[in-house]
Design a protein. Sequence first.
Length: 135
Amino acid sequence: MVHLVPRFVFTSLLGVFLLAPPGAAQQRWQITLSSGTVMWDLALVGLRGDTIVFQRAGPDSVLRLPVMRVDEIRLVQKSEKRQFAPDGQGTGNGLTGGADVVWSMTLLGHDERLRAIQQAVKYSECRMSNAECSM
């Protein structure tokens, strides 16, 4: 008995693989504003003067915020638990965000926030190049 896969299924799967090559996953950022509002699933674009720029899910959706309105930026790490792999926190890190990289700026002044965001941008660029990055 022979099962044929419809052509549209094959072309759809091919399109998915071509659009998302391995290792090309976008970094996911989350920000907390001074008002307490949390925004997630953002891509860090960069720093333009006193404004931090993020890209939202849509192609035309750019978010620009003055650095003094941002209390925290967080690079959300993928949650991964490998069976039998040594992991001191077990599944806890994935559930609580324990492996995320966080820049907390609540108590920082203007210039210190700019430096922290510059550090986050530099770290993001390093991670995108798949290099070994340090803070």
